[in-house]
Design a binder for this molecule. Structure first.
Ligand code: ZN
Length: 313
């Protein structure tokens, strides 16, 4: 399966790993926050100072910056940087990624001011994320839904599957993805296979609160425009009928005896009316409305029953 490598909406600034990392078929998109500036993160990833990298970085201003081809693994997401799917994966448009394929997650880091807890993605970042996700849906066939499982296609944010916890806190709990021993010799229960960190909260509350709206907006953008609404022509009166081309729809008759000059004062403002020969007065909302007898559409009121028509001012 060939994959589009470059997102056309991004500035291309490949890092050294762009040509050395193993290839993947991307089936997941995971959103992150940097806890710092885009420029700083890009600079670190361009150097040898980092063992992690993202495919894309979303700055406060300007387009996304792409650092890695989308079909190369980028190491931001631990066990879903690359994995061999044991089952067929269903993407959109009927695309199936067969069991045995090396899959991966596209990672997008995003700029913040160092305190992402109270720093939502700004309007530009939201726009850039929405556009990328819509493109990923169309070109990579990635479903724009929350990943139903950490190893199933969709979209997520880094801490979405949960938080890893030290085993000592839950001695009897059975972690869903096993355990590992971290650098401090502690046993960590894995609830989130997208990170090997304990207590990871990325991209933090303010941005997590925006997540579903961004995915929904991307879904709307990716969908083809709905067909135009067909507005049927209004019923036309028969040619042989000399009725007025005026219809009162949904008009309530006023009490009999009310006359056009409105001695009762019941008509206010610039109400339009027809006075019928049985003494009833009917409002007209607009002069172009069909008159419909008895409220039935398409049955014109005979002209000869209309005594007068006018506007009360
Ligand atoms: Zn993250």
């Amino acid at each position: 399966m060939s994959t589009v490598q470059r997102y056309p909406g991004a500035t291309w600034r490949p890092i050294p790993e762009a040509s050395t990392q193993a290839t993947i078929v991307p089936v997941i998109v995971i959103l992150h926050t940097i806890v710092g500036s885009a420029a700083g993160a890009i600079s670190v990833m361009h150097s040898d100072r980092s063992e992690t990298e993202a495919h894309l970085v979303g700055p406060f201003r300007g387009p996304l910056v792409q650092l890695m081809p989308l079909d190369r693994r980028a190491d931001c997401n631990w066990k879903v940087n690359a994995w061999v799917t044991p089952i067929d994966l269903q993407l959109e448009d009927g695309v199936v990624v067969p069991a045995g394929t090396v899959c991966g997650a596209i990672s997008i880091e995003t700029e913040d001011d160092g305190t992402p807890e109270d720093t939502p993605w700004n309007a530009n970042q939201v726009d850039q994320l929405v556009r990328f996700l819509a493109w990923a849906r169309r070109e990579l066939h990635i479903p724009l839904v929350r990943c139903p499982d950490p190893f199933l296609p969709g979209v997520g944010y880094h801490s979405m599957p949960g938080m890893n916890r030290l085993k000592v806190w839950e001695p009897t709990a059975v972690p869903p993805y096993g355990s590992f021993v971290d650098g401090q010799g502690r046993t960590v229960n894995i609830y989130n296979p997208w990170t090997n960190t304990v207590g990871k909260s990325c991209p933090a509350a303010a941005r997590i609160a925006q997540f579903d709206g961004i995915v929904a907006a991307a879904r709307a953008l990716a969908e083809p425009a709905p067909p135009p609404i067909e507005i049927p022509d209004p019923p036309t009166r028969p040619e042989e009928d000399d009725n007025m081309g005026i219809i009162v729809t949904n008009a309530e008759p006023l009490p009999a005896g009310v006359i056009p000059n409105d001695p009762t004062g019941q008509l206010k403002g610039s109400a339009m009316f027809l006075l019928l020969d049985d003494g009833r007065l009917r409002h007209i909302r607009r002069p172009i409305e069909w008159v419909s007898r008895g409220g039935k559409p398409g049955i014109p009121w005979p002209t000869d029953e209309i005594v007068a028509a006018g506007v009360v001012t």
